[in-house]
Design a protein around this ligand. Structure first.
Ligand code: ZN
Length: 349
């Protein structure tokens, strides 16, 4: 059985190995490569299907969420029956990849990525595809990848626009080089509040996967060294130059090896509120929030009551109480991961 499969392998990938930059040796390299996809929402689902079809040997999928009907519009790996079964995204993804390419080894983790587990997650992979939905996780990933010299590929998509950038430690600028700190809570729109088109999700994931293959094959000439910004509704395609020279002399991560997110000196903190089935989220830096504006956005999505002191927002069977200093209490759970996920979905990073 195995020898038959091996005979079929060259045939399966022939359109890819015929491409001059890959070849048979490149294809063999891809089949022994290990890639982690952090997040299995829109970007992660698209990357998983492309990389599985491309024959990446090992895919580590990490995501903490379960499937919902509104995911199917853009999360191209999933189907209605996955939603009906209420499957975690990584389990549905594993089953689907098994049907697409049974030779790919998928390692699914239903987990919240945090500073205590991220180093173990990236330890045995060649690179990480960022498909996270919040900047705090990306800053944490940046810390861990620079510390352990792993390439990662930033990706984000919202409304009709998206961004991507390669971060190769020591060779390109890192996320902290180009972005000094996490955007203030409430200042960045989320897919829940402004929506997102499947087209831009698939474009950004496609760019990430092409860059992943270049990096895995060490095709230095071809690796993109720009920040890519694409808006498919407003017809804008930009490539913003971020060469090695742009590595900031004072970057705390690249140059000072000061990993504040990994060490818990930056980022939000969580407190279980004893006996109350609730978690309090304290952003690391207090950042004033425009309650009235946030209340208007949230009122499209769930039940909102607002006064000058707080917003009470009911969604997905939970209640978020959001304060003007960007602190929040998430009622209905004692799980910090669920609380953070709700916070980043509805309040922002
Ligand atoms: Zn840096």
């Amino acid at each position: 059985m195995k020898s038959n499969f091996e005979k079929e392998e060259p045939e399966r990938y022939i359109r890819q190995s015929t491409f001059y930059a890959i070849g048979k040796a490149g294809q063999r390299k891809l089949t022994t490569s290990r890639v982690m996809i952090l997040g299995c929402g829109g970007l992660g689902a698209a990357s998983a299907t492309i990389l599985a079809r491309a024959g990446i040997g090992h895919l580590k999928l990490v995501d903490r969420d379960f499937l919902e009907l509104n995911n199917l519009q853009r999360q191209i790996l999933y189907e209605e029956h996955d939603v009906k079964e209420g499957l975690p995204k990584v389990i549905a993804a594993q089953r689907q990849i098994e049907r697409i390419n049974s030779r790919v080894h998928v390692e699914p983790f239903v987990a919240d990525v945090n500073r205590f587990n991220i180093e173990a997650f990236i330890e045995d992979v060649d690179l990480v595809i960022d498909a996270a939905d919040n900047f705090e996780t990306r800053f944490l990933l940046n810390d861990a990848c620079v510390k352990h010299n792993r390439a990662w590929i930033y990706g984000a998509a919202i409304e009709s626009y998206g961004l991507s950038m390669n971060i190769i430690p020591g060779k390109t600028a890192c996320l902290r080089c180009v972005m000094d700190s996490i955007p203030q809570p409430g200042s960045v729109p989320t897919c829940e509040t402004v929506g997102v088109l499947a087209s831009i999700v698939c474009i950004i994931a496609s760019i990430q996967c092409a860059e992943a293959m270049k990096i895995l094959l060490d095709n230095k000439e071809a690796i993109n060294r720009s920040l890519i910004h694409i808006d498919i509704w407003n017809n804008s395609f930009q490539s913003i130059d971020i060469a090695k020279e742009s590595i900031q002399k004072n970057c705390p991560v690249c140059n000072q090896h000061w990993f504040e997110f990994l060490e818990g000196k930056q980022g939000s903190t969580f407190t279980n509120l004893c006996g109350r089935n609730a978690v309090q989220i304290l952003p690391f830096k207090e950042a004033p929030l425009d309650l009235a504006k946030l209340a208007i956005n949230l009122s499209e999505l769930g039940i909102v009551r607002v006064n000058e002191f707080l917003i009470r927002f009911e969604i997905e069977g939970y209640e978020l109480i959001i304060f003007p200093d960007s602190r929040a209490i998430v009622k209905g759970t004692t799980d910090a991961g669920i609380a953070r996920s709700l916070y980043s979905k509805y309040v922002g990073n």
